[in-house]
Unconditional design. Structure first.
Length: 344
């Protein structure tokens, strides 16, 4: 893609998210979401491959429908109350429509079917953008409107998403689909805590973004698209393979790594709020997610792949790790001691 075109598209992508996150008028929030959607369509479809075209079409139809529902919800609310302010109380119809639209935008269950297919049809860098940056604008809207949304609906969607994210990843061999189901599960945890403590939701989003970015960076660097590719990464860089192992365990939420922090705080708050059944189901569904993380870890770092002529000489190719990897990887692993400072 032409550098000028890439600059314009990426600038529009960033601008759309910033407009949505900083607006207090429903129409401006909708404009930001539309800019965001239209900017990423060429990024998804730039491969000129049928799978990329299919992924771009699925993404566009899903996001356009969700944006239309958000605009419809805000128009009904403005019609009945005369207010376009995002933080103002909403009537029940608008609240239900907005919850459904944001669920679809984020790829939460039961509107999650588009996310694994879209990630599988795009390149790794584009999958990274969809899994991290594209979640920021809808999460900003949830942060602003969480007092107006139904807590019961958000908790149900969150619990269902954690279960679907665990079950869906069990039978996958493609790393992008595994990361998609990981995204669904992590966003389910954020939805569950959003009616109670917004600051923990933001902490969860930050740690999820760091962990997902560092994992995707490793996959991009080693060109690992399947589990079989992951088995030969040790020939490229044993140190990076070890940190990838720790990042996967952090995504699973094992102490003393960073991924344990949000799960610990969320389960603690759910039990304080007497939501014992929801917390139990979510803790059990995390075991499902942990199973496929451990399987990926085992294949990556704890087994010795068959030495073919190609893999034996992989170490000859010098790797140039991106600077982003060296900054995100430590933060994705070692933020547990900073928990008291982060939640204040």
């Amino acid at each position: 893609m032409n550098p000028t075109t890439s600059t314009i598209i990426l600038s529009s992508l960033a601008t759309g998210t910033i407009i949505t996150a900083s607006s207090f008028h429903w129409f401006m929030a909708w404009v930001g979401l539309e800019m965001n959607t239209l900017a990423i369509i060429p990024i998804i479809s730039k491969q000129h491959h049928p799978r990329a075209t299919e992924a771009a079409t699925k993404y566009f139809l899903t996001q356009a429908a969700a944006s239309a529902m958000i605009l419809f919800s805000s128009m009904i609310n403005a019609w009945q109350s005369g207010m376009w302010d995002i933080t103002q109380p909403m009537n029940p119809t608008s609240s239900v429509l907005l919850t459904a639209a944001l669920t679809m935008k984020l790829g939460l269950a039961p509107a999650h079917f588009w996310l694994p297919e879209v990630l599988q049809g795009t390149t790794m860098p584009t999958a990274l953008i969809i899994s991290t940056w594209q979640k920021l604008a809808p999460m900003a809207l949830i942060y602003q409107t969480t007092n107006n949304l139904s807590p019961t609906t958000l908790i149900l969607v969150g619990v269902l998403s954690t279960c679907v994210g665990g079950w869906g990843g069990l039978n996958q061999t493609q790393t992008r689909k595994l990361m998609a189901y990981s995204s669904i599960a992590h966003l389910g945890w954020m939805m569950t805590i959003s009616p109670m403590l917004n600051n923990i939701m933001l902490l969860n989003l930050m740690i999820y973004t760091l962990m997902t970015t560092s994992m995707f960076m490793m996959l991009i660097l080693t060109k690992s698209k399947t589990l079989q590719n992951m088995a030969t990464t040790w020939t490229m860089s044993p140190a990076m393979t070890t940190t990838a192992l720790l990042t996967l365990l952090s995504l699973g939420g094992l102490p003393p790594l960073s991924g344990f922090v949000p799960k610990w705080l969320i389960l603690n708050e759910l039990i304080i709020q007497n939501l014992v059944l929801a917390s139990t189901i979510m803790a059990m569904s995390t075991l499902l997610s942990l199973f496929f993380y451990l399987r990926l870890t085992y294949i990556t770092a704890l087994t010795l792949a068959p030495n073919t002529q190609n893999t034996a000489y992989k170490w000859r190719f010098t790797l140039t790790p991106p600077h982003l990897l060296t900054t995100t990887m430590p933060m994705a692993l070692l933020t547990l001691p900073m928990t008291p400072m982060l939640i204040q």
